[in-house]
Design a protein around this ligand. Structure first.
Ligand code: SF4
Length: 444
């Protein structure tokens, strides 16, 4: 008797944490429908590429992965979803390898779309009607157990329209997920053994916008999560500096379950460039905000995103940006080279910067980033930190991360993933912090 074939699905995700979250949820949708999730390099019945369009490179990589999927199994159903699918559906229609195109608010229909295609082999495009972009697409939120950290999406879309950014066009206007639904998901994650959640979204500082209860905001949501769930550690994803409130700083300063880390995109350290980007602050305001946070939470990790090569950025502008980034002494920096995005104001600005100059500026900025990261870590040597263990390195060595996002290697007996241990930072080896265990039998 031939054993019933269990359909298989494989995923490849490009881009941000929000995309990773959306993929995790789509995987759960397929599993709920009896599919087995396999690795992208294996032969699968269905391939889903969750695309990104933040740079022209991510467009190219998205197309590459879609072709690779069809190459892995020519009989398979190939699905393009996410931001590139949303903004360039016409282009993707030109790719023979792609069977289904699903936009950024229709992911909940992915299994239904695949099963319809399996029946009629009709290529379909599922793009939300303009108005449909105004509701928050509530995806179910079962998660695979056995993990320690989970991204929890609380918000979608953005209304800020920074001049270089394609995201508002790909993900639509601001909309938020209800507090109750968020808390229900986190309680489910705690029950499944997760120890840390990272609140994520496109513009989480604007959380609450679009909810009936206009009083909802990010600080209020964090307070409810700390009060109504037993999550051991709550981390906040990328946040616009201008949306950091005194209450939020106070919560981070006083509640040990709040991660002592904030990711605050600066984008440029030059006021002319910030104005041309239409960023809602200047360097003086950013400096003041960082000083206020550090005054209240001295050892907090402040990380950032910074762009080089924005149209019109002169050598002087860049040197000003470099000097300001150095002055801010971020504990880590993500460096991006400006990428022209069709449909954004910056794409048609004069004085586009030569790619070789962008490369050179990115290198200079990376040197500042590396120096300040080491300086931040070395200043904490001798300190006691609480680590959430995640990954075994072999020979009793484990790596875990602290509240202020330090990745630290410790060695000990009977350690396991998802366990909190206390350690003293002893130094850096092979580019990573080392710690000596203080006690390893404490189970959170
Ligand atoms: S805040 Fe600016 S950079 Fe961030 S998603 Fe919105 S438009 Fe893009």
């Amino acid at each position: 008797m031939n054993k019933k074939h269990t359909p298989t699905v494989a995923f490849h995700t490009l881009g941000c944490k929000v995309n990773q979250h959306d993929t995790a949820i789509m995987a759960a949708l397929f599993q709920d429908s009896g599919y087995a999730v396999v690795d992208f390099h294996e032969v699968a019945d269905v391939y889903v590429v969750n695309t990104c369009t933040v740079t022209h490179l991510s467009d190219r990589k998205s197309r590459q992965m879609l072709r690779r999927a069809a190459g892995e199994n020519p009989e398979a159903i190939v699905v393009a979803c996410g931001c590139y699918a949303q903004t360039a559906a016409k282009e993707l229609e030109g790719l023979d390898e792609v069977d289904l195109i699903i936009g950024t608010n229709e992911r909940h229909r992915v299994v239904e779309a695949v099963e319809q295609f399996a029946k009629d082999h009709q290529r379909q495009i599922y793009l939300p009607e303009k108005n449909d972009l105004f509701y928050y697409e509530n995806l179910p939120h079962e998660r695979v157990s056995g993990m320690t950290r989970a991204y929890v999406k609380i918000q979608e879309g953005c209304n800020q329209f920074c001049t270089y950014c394609i995201i508002p066009y790909a993900r639509g206007p601001l909309r938020s997920r209800s507090e109750d639904d968020t808390i229900e998901e986190i309680n489910g994650l705690v029950a499944a053994g997760y120890k840390e959640v990272i609140l994520t979204g496109i513009h989480i500082g604007a959380y609450g916008r679009g909810l009936k209860d206009e009083t909802c905001d990010l600080t209020g949501l964090c307070r409810r999560i700390l009060d109504e769930t037993a999550i051991a550690r709550l981390r906040i994803g990328s946040l616009e500096g201008v949306e950091v409130t005194d209450d939020l700083i106070e919560m981070i300063a006083t509640n040990p379950r709040m991660a002592r880390q904030l990711h605050l995109p600066l984008q440029s350290g030059c006021d002319q460039t910030l104005a041309a980007m239409r960023r809602p602050y200047d360097t003086a305001a950013f400096r003041e905000m960082v000083a206020a946070i550090r005054a209240r939470v001295p050892d907090i990790a402040i990380t950032t995103d910074i762009m080089v090569g924005f149209p019109g950025e002169t050598d002087e502008d860049f040197q000003a940006s470099l000097a300001f980034a150095d002055e801010m002494a971020f504990s880590d920096m993500h460096i991006f080279k400006y990428s022209q995005r069709d449909g954004t104001p910056a794409a048609t600005m004069p004085n586009q910067v030569d790619p070789r100059i962008k490369d050179a500026r990115a290198k200079e900025m990376a040197a500042v980033a590396a120096r300040n990261k080491i300086a931040y870590e070395e200043a904490l040597i001798g300190r006691r930190v609480r680590l959430l263990l995640e990954e075994p390195l072999g020979d009793g060595r484990w790596v875990g991360h602290s509240s202020n996002y330090l990745y630290v290697t410790v060695t000990g007996e009977g350690l396991s993933s998802g366990r909190f241990v206390d350690a003293v930072l002893t130094g850096r080896q092979e580019g990573r912090l080392q710690g000596e265990l203080i006690n390893s039998d404490e189970e959170e």
